[in-house]
Design a protein around this ligand. Structure first.
Ligand SMILES: Nc1ncnc2c1ncn2[C@@H]1O[C@H](COP(=O)(O)OP(=O)(O)OP(=O)(O)O)[C@@H](O)[C@H]1O
Length: 779
């Protein structure tokens, strides 16, 4: 052990001693708080006099109850706080800090040693910092500057000075294993070590090695919208998650984890990233996929197609007659033009075009659709559209009140009373008793009893109808959406919307709606129209919205999200080169996003350095895409990706089996055999049954598994594997230019090793790959 490390170990031992002392103290406090909570819960009612005889007694009871509840809530809060701190301190024991900066502030001759870790630690007085949280203002110097002049912002203003030295530590189990003076070492040794490791079940935090550009994303707090365009593996997801941790720290008095929502690509991804925030001592944010949101909002009306079903159709049914219309339809419905068309259409509904459902009760029409339409368009024209709908709702409610009265004496009610089961009757009877009070003469009047029973029966029958009216189901949104595709509306409102292609789109959309289906591309437009008619159900509690894999969202969907979360600041992270959905046109970019909040409220950051893969893998994958030369590789060496051409499926499978065996012997934890589609994955999985414990990843798979998996490329998005096999990169499978981004996404999942197979002629997508970047062999 050299002298420097010995000194650092001595300091670390002192820090660990302080942590242990604090743990001891907090353990005592936590168990004390726990006892208090249990005690208050147990004796909650003991000290409380419940008396409601007079109003004053009642008031006293309520006040007493509130005080008890408050005491309980304070104790619970304190218990939560101490237990959280306790688990943070326990975690810190493993590695209390990872970095140090030696800084001299302007105007001072003192050089301070600032140690940086995942959480703050102070001395017992609470005034002197032993460790600074990585999110503290001064810690940004660690990420932002090499030794030399530096500055950082604090709530009190900008502080300038000199960064004399910067140190990185590797501490494990309370032992300083190594330390680096970053002004002397070439390259980032710790980053290299971290990246060289094998992948396990979950993503990890990157706080000890956050890079300057990433730090800009994490700490950005200007603007309403932050757009991050970054190469595959450049740390977009990582930056998003550390950003959430940073926001929770910075706004700890006012922001809770459930006020942040992350839109993610699929549920397996949710599971994959679920450990990062808890690792940093924070609670997880809300996480949802766009599909889950659509299902939640539309499940009552339709079975909505899922985006992967759409993708699977596009990947496997290129020969279907409906193929070209469907792709055109997907692109059209993703456009801002369609968003505007829907807005104009909704405005036109103020004058004409609303379609209603008549209200029927026991097979008899109470009011017809036509009558509702007339009423709607003939009510006070000064009323706003939504007020008119509210008036309709009131009117229909009153109609049900009248119906209730009229139905009471009808024979069907008499009949139902007769057929009431004993239990039902008893139930009704006791409800009536309760209502009337326990007076002795309460049931002397048979007439009244009968009337009450009848009322109950009619009310029960009308309940469903009332609920439907309350939910505005008398408006036929499906028919209104379908009408949007009528020739007349198209001529009047679509502005140039009568091209043969658009006519085809309209016909096919109406046909699909008639079959009771809602394609994925129609789901958001349908929901938008529904919201515009029924009144937008916004969510104002969300303060930060983060959208990962943002290239998969259409401009239409972004407009929708903006409306849905009006109080949220948005962070959008994506990579156009991985845009795999059909709505992504050739020239997909985030420029249209700027118009969401305007230039002055939008900031953009580009990440060009890729961290995931070895230099050799990056050198190959960047040749697959336009402008790929801009992507920078980290200096991490590995084997060159290998392209092996085989002549038959049998040969392919034999090769894969032995490749997997070889990789397993090299201790790769995660090996993925990536296929083009779910259909190809299922076939590969069956054919490769010789590989033991192999798993097939499908749409519904929730957990990111270690070991060997067979997975369609689109489900592997956002995720990474130690080693990747591209199942069949032949011209037959990846013959079309439109598959370039999918193919690139698949190849960029590899961290340490990449093997590409091709049954027969390789894909033309590989033509650009130079012999230098891809070793080609024929079996
Ligand atoms: N600063 C960093 N320090 C250590 N590891 C990093 C850093 N930045 C990124 N990584 C690692 O690089 C890998 C890729 O990161 P991440 O998944 O966040 O990238 P991404 O841009 O979201 O990728 P993709 O677009 O391909 O899904 C992860 O293993 C992550 O831990």
């Amino acid at each position: 052990m050299n002298n420097e490390i010995r000194q650092e170990q001595e300091r670390l031992d002192e820090v660990l001693e302080t942590i242990n002392q604090q743990i001891g103290k907090i353990e005592g406090e936590t168990s004390q708080r726990k006892k208090e909570v249990v005690n208050i819960r147990k004796h909650f009612w003991d000290d409380l006099k419940v008396n409601v005889d007079t109003f004053d007694d009642y008031l006293e009871t309520i006040i007493g109850l509130r005080q008890q509840a408050q005491a309980l809530s304070v104790s619970e809060g304190e218990h939560r706080y101490t237990s959280k701190r306790l688990s943070t301190l326990r975690r810190m024991k493993e590695a209390p800090y990872f970095g140090r900066i030696d800084v001299t502030e302007e105007g001072s001759s003192l050089t301070e040693h600032i140690y940086i870790g995942t959480s703050t630690l102070t001395d017992p007085s609470g005034e002197n910092f032993i460790i600074y949280d990585w999110r503290a203002p001064i810690s940004s110097v660690y990420y932002d500057y090499p030794p030399g002049p530096m500055e950082y912002s604090t709530p009190g203003g900008v502080i300038k000075g000199m960064l004399e030295k910067k140190w990185q530590y590797i501490i494990k189990g309370g032992v300083v294993e190594s330390m680096f003076d970053t002004s002397l070492t070439i390259g980032d040794e710790i980053l290299q070590q971290v990246l060289g490791k094998g992948r396990d079940k979950h993503m990890h935090s990157i706080v000890s090695t956050i890079q300057r550009e990433q730090n800009k994303i994490i700490r950005n707090d200007r603007g309403r919208l932050l757009i991050v365009q970054g190469a595959a593996g450049s740390g977009k997801t990582s930056a998003a998650l550390q950003r959430i941790a940073y926001l929770l720290y910075k706004n700890r008095d006012k922001l809770k984890a459930d006020q942040i929502i992350l839109f993610s690509p699929n549920s397996m991804f949710n599971n994959y990233v679920s450990n990062v925030l808890p690792e940093l001592g924070e609670e997880n944010m809300q996480q949802v996929t766009f599909q889950e949101y659509l299902d939640h909002r539309l499940a009552d009306s339709f079975q909505v197609e899922d985006p992967y079903e759409q993708l699977e159709f596009l990947l496997t049914e290129a020969d279907a007659p409906s193929y070209s219309t469907r792709t055109a339809s997907i692109q059209f419905k993703a456009s801002l033009r369609f968003f505007e068309i829907i807005k104009t259409y909704r405005q036109s509904l103020e004058r004409s075009g609303m379609i209603f459902r008549g209200v029927k009760f026991r097979g008899k029409t109470l009011v017809s659709a036509k009558q509702i339409t007339e009423r709607f368009y003939n009510t006070d024209t000064t009323l706003s559209f939504h007020n008119k709908i509210d008036k309709l709702k009131e009117w229909l409610g009153e109609l049900l009140d009248e119906t209730e009265k009229l139905e009471l004496k009808k024979p069907w009610v008499e009949e139902e009373i007769e057929y009431l089961s004993k239990e039902d009757y008893q139930k009704v009877y006791s409800q009536i008793q309760k209502k009337r009070g326990d007076t002795e003469d309460s049931f002397d009047d048979y007439e009244q009893e009968n009337e009450l029973l009848a009322r109950m029966i009619v009310r029960k029958k009308l309940k469903k109808l009332r609920k439907r009216i309350k939910a505005l189901q008398f408006i036929n949104i499906k028919a209104i959406y379908k009408q949007l595709f009528d020739e007349q509306i198209r001529n009047e409102q679509w502005k140039g919307g009568n091209t043969p292609a658009e006519r085809e789109i309209c016909l096919s959309t109406q046909k699909m709606l008639d079959e009771g289906k809602l394609y994925y591309e129609d789901a958001t437009p349908f929901l938008l129209l529904k919201e515009l008619i029924q009144g937008f159900q916004t969510n104002t509690s969300i303060k930060y919205l983060l959208v990962d894999e943002a290239q998969d969202y259409s401009p239409f969907q972004f407009e929708f999200l903006k409306r849905l979360f009006p109080s949220a600041r948005m962070t959008v992270l994506g990579d156009f080169n991985q845009a795999i959905f059909a709505h992504a046109s050739e020239r997909v970019n985030f420029e249209t996003l700027t118009s969401l909040y305007g230039m002055d409220k939008t900031e953009s950051i580009t990440l060009e350095q890729s961290y995931r893969s070895t230099k050799q893998i990056i050198e190959f994958t960047r040749e697959l895409i336009p402008e790929g030369h801009l992507i920078k590789a980290i200096d991490r060496e590995g084997e060159k990706p290998l392209l092996t051409q085989v002549s038959s499926r049998e040969e392919l499978h034999d090769n894969i089996v032995s490749k997997v065996k070889d990789w397993q012997s090299r201790r790769y934890n995660t090996i993925a055999i990536i296929c083009k589609s779910a259909a190809e994955s299922a076939a590969a999985f069956k054919a490769l049954s010789l590989i033991k414990d192999m798993k097939l990843v499908q749409r519904g798979t929730n957990e990111y598994e270690q070991g060997v998996v067979v997975i369609p490329a689109y489900l592997a998005k956002g995720i990474e594997f130690d080693a990747v096999i591209i199942y069949d990169a032949s011209a037959q499978t990846y013959g079309d230019e439109s598959l370039r981004r999918l193919f690139y996404t698949a190849c960029t999942r590899a961290m340490h090793n990449l093997q590409v197979y091709s049954v027969g002629e390789p894909s033309p997508l590989l033509l650009n790959a130079s012999a230098d970047s891809l070793l080609a062999t024929t079996n």
